[in-house]
Design a protein around this ligand. Structure first.
Ligand code: UDP
Length: 436
């Protein structure tokens, strides 16, 4: 059996007054034809990184609409996740190639997962497969009569052909694919129905819920941040694409101008990310002995509330990625009206149009300049943060993402009609969507 992730219950009615009304109304209409349908989201890990963040909030909302939805995980040992990490990097353009034994490791693990998926013998009308780790399963699990959707969250605009030529023949079985940006669609993608739907954040999750200022201060003092001193933060997995060492260099350029400036680098170490430990150790070595630099991890208890407090309470939040799929951390920070300095890569610019949210940068020097600019001009920083909040409200909250998904499901169900369905679960209450 594949593991099912236990998610909570959420009601879309609680998003009234937070997310735009027209989106909530459209969700109500779209779900009418889909009630009672079965849907599965399949991913590699239940925590650490954007995909798990999204699914934890999204899956309960599907269920609230009467679309009976599970979130399942593929299994894999260390060697499998070593290979999938290399595939992830290769698809984002990193050099190198897969050896025959790495390909065999990947396919053998995928076969096992496909076998488990088929032997679970549950019927699903729709299966979303997230990211490259489980991507080959659509082809390897032919007996499931589902509509398959590949949701690729990473930047596959210039994949290394050695990796893409290996993976792409396994993508024929998909009915549709979703990317964050048009330019991420890889060359010769063998899927004809391609959608561009950026991800979103959940304004009601513990990470994004408003925190009382005294609680935020307490939480930060508890993890060693001195709240009377200025603070710059980056929240990211320890990953070279997130360039944490670049953040340290930018910070070191600003520090002579703001002597007691602190830097917090918060990162989680994920199950499917063996490289994270290496980057973490490099970072510790590069910052050893500097008491104003705080390296914080999930292993010492930095979780949602701590990340929430860091994003809400920092003077500036940085996201100095070299490559980025979307960068949920940017939307999370802007939702808290905190200004952001971020690299002009991937999905970050659509979150920060000119004059909104903060500054886009291309180099360590620009990053340092923009940080100093905002530290010295708190009024401008506040205004940019406030505009960022409204931009996120309009475009990047979870109900919008769910609406995009339902539009696709409705289309796929029109192309290939769903089998007759049983009774809609009793917990579903259509009135909840109308805020009644
Ligand atoms: N995150 C977290 N703790 C950490 C580091 C990251 O909770 O120490 C969360 C972060 O708040 C965000 C997600 O992990 O929700 C990262 O998503 P993003 O799209 O920014 O990057 P990804 O990791 O998917 O490349």
């Amino acid at each position: 059996m594949l593991d099912v992730v236990d998610v909570g219950k959420r009601s879309l009615a609680t998003y009234r007054g937070i997310a735009p009304d027209e989106i909530l109304d459209e969700l109500h209409r779209l779900s009418e034809d889909l009630r009672g349908a079965r849907c599965m989201h399949l991913s590699a890990t239940p925590y650490g990184g954007g995909v798990s963040e999204i699914l934890r909030s999204l899956v309960p909302l599907y269920n609230d609409l009467g679309i009976v939805t599970d979130w399942k995980l593929i299994h894999g040992d260390d060697s499998f996740f070593q290979v999938t990490k290399r595939i992830h990097n290769g698809l984002q353009g990193a050099p190198g190639e897969l050896s025959e034994s790495e390909k065999a490791t990947y396919l053998a693990n995928a076969q096992l997962n496909a076998h488990q998926l088929v032997s679970d013998s549950e019927h699903y009308d729709f299966v979303f497969v997230h990211d490259p780790q489980p991507a080959v399963l659509a082809t390897l699990s032919p007996r499931l009569d589902a509509r398959w959707i590949w949701r690729c969250h990473i930047d596959t605009s210039h994949p290394n052909p050695a990796f893409w030529d290996f993976l792409s023949p396994y993508l024929h079985a998909y009915d549709a694919a979703i990317f964050t940006l048009q330019e991420f669609i890889p060359p010769r993608l063998p899927i004809s129905d391609v959608r561009i739907y950026p991800p979103a954040i959940d304004p009601l999750s513990p990470k994004n819920h408003p925190l009382h200022v005294s609680l935020a201060r307490d939480v930060l003092e508890w993890i060693g941040i001195r709240t009377h001193r200025p603070l710059i933060t980056q929240v990211s997995r320890f990953d070279r694409w997130k360039d944490p060492l670049g953040v340290v260099r930018a910070y070191q350029r600003v520090r002579p101008h703001v002597p007691d400036l602190q830097l917090a680098l918060a990162g989680s170490l994920a199950l499917d990310d063996p490289e994270g430990w290496e980057v973490y150790e490099e970072l510790r070595a590069a910052t050893a002995g500097d008491s104003l630099i705080h390296i914080l991890t999930n292993l010492v208890g930095v979780g949602n509330i701590e990340v929430n407090a860091l994003q809400a309470f920092s003077d500036v939040v940085v996201q100095k990625s070299l490559r980025e799929g979307f960068g949920l951390v940017v939307a999370e920070t802007l939702w808290k009206s905190t200004p952001v300095v971020a690299s002009r890569v991937g999905g970050i610019p659509i979150q920060m149009p000119e004059g909104t949210g903060g500054f886009l940068v291309d180099t360590v020097e620009e990053c340092a300049e923009a940080m100093l600019h905002l530290l010295r001009r708190p009024d401008e920083a506040r205004l940019l943060g406030a505009r960022g909040h409204e931009h996120v409200r309009q475009h990047f909250l979870m109900p919008r993402m769910l609406r995009d998904h339902l539009r696709l499901l409705k289309h796929l169900a029109a192309v290939r009609p769903l089998p007759p369905r049983g009774i809609v679960p009793v917990s579903f209450n259509p009135a909840s969507l109308q805020g009644v």
